[in-house]
Design a binder for this molecule. Structure first.
Ligand SMILES: [Zn+2]
Length: 74
């Protein structure tokens, strides 16, 4: 495990769960239904890299990319 993973884990423990609950994505995340739109990998606590808030039908939801360096920059 490197420092980046530790940092991401800390974010998940505090804010991510609340954010995803608010956007109604927490169940999908837990069930492995959130997929990186760049590479198609299932997003988990172990590989989540970045969140992009996007407006969808008047609500804010999060597009999640995995921590592959290719995907983080997209
Ligand atoms: Zn990816």
């Amino acid at each position: 495990m490197n420092h980046d993973n530790v940092k991401v884990q800390a974010i998940i423990d505090t804010d991510l769960e609340k954010l995803l609950a608010q956007s109604n994505q927490l169940d999908d995340f837990i069930e492995g239904k959130i997929i990186c739109p760049v590479c198609g990998t299932v997003i988990t606590e172990d590989n989540i890299g970045i969140l992009y808030p996007i407006e969808h039908s008047g609500k804010i939801i999060f597009e999640m990319h995995c921590n592959n360096s290719n995907c983080l920059s997209k």
